[in-house]
Design a protein around this ligand. Structure first.
Ligand code: CA
Length: 229
């Protein structure tokens, strides 16, 4: 795990350098790209285990790079954003970024986020996991982290899966958005509750027979969400 490879895409030299140094020190193989085009060149050669992606980049921005990556699979993405870029940040999450860090951030904070995301992707079985759970058309396997809808495999981001699994293993229990943030994203000052809304919407598009009229993930108005087995 400590051998995991990370591509850092960042045009501000001081940030790119500091982030690279910290990630190398934490035991990762790090390469650095200075703009969106350079990132695509590097990614086309070899997909890393994780991408740390600045949102505002010369040539191609972080959203374009995210779109490119998501068209090719599930490589985890942590976005670096400025506080004023909130709308773009939400767009990034909608496109499938797994997490984000708001500048200015401490490099150590970023390293823990990287570690957490990689652990969720490659890591040990989820707590409470003892085999697939099946609900009508929906099969969730916490050991392999695979989700099937009507026998067809769906690609979920790390957070989408964690969110689904948390809800599904507590059937009919109502969670507030704040509780979901705490449990899925961890306690963090930087993440706002609309993140949960965005992820629920994307999850519904992937697993619900009719996303406009959900069968599994129900909204409890004024409170939050629950899973209907
Ligand atoms: Ca930038």
């Amino acid at each position: 795990m400590s051998e995991a490879s990370i591509l850092v895409v960042e045009d501000e030299p001081s940030i790119g350098e500091v982030v690279s140094i910290y990630l190398k020190r934490a035991g990762y193989q790090v390469s650095l790209a200075r703009d969106g085009e350079a990132a695509l060149v590097a990614l086309a050669q070899r997909l890393p285990d994780l991408v740390v992606l600045d949102l505002m980049l010369p040539k191609l921005d972080g959203l374009e790079v995210t779109r490119w990556l998501r068209a090719r699979g599930d490589t985890p993405i942590i976005m670096l954003t400025a506080r004023r870029e909130e709308r773009d940040r939400i767009a990034g999450l909608e496109m499938g970024a797994d997490d984000y860090v708001v500048k200015p951030f401490s490099p150590q904070e970023l390293v823990s986020r990287v570690r957490a995301v990689l652990r969720r992707v490659h890591g040990s079985p989820l707590p409470g996991a003892d085999g697939p759970a099946v609900f009508e058309n929906l099969k969730i396997d916490p050991l392999t982290r695979l989700v099937e809808v009507a026998g067809r495999e769906k690609t979920l981001s790390v957070k989408e899966f964690d969110l689904l699994w948390l809800l599904a293993r507590h059937p009919r229990q109502v969670f507030t958005r704040e509780q979901l943030l705490d449990r899925v994203w961890g306690l963090d000052d930087y993440i706002d509750p609309s993140t949960v809304t965005v992820h629920v919407r994307r999850l519904r598009e992937k697993i619900e027979p009719n996303p406009a009229n959900p069968r599994y993930i129900l909204t409890v108005w004024g409170i939050g969400y629950k899973f209907e087995p």
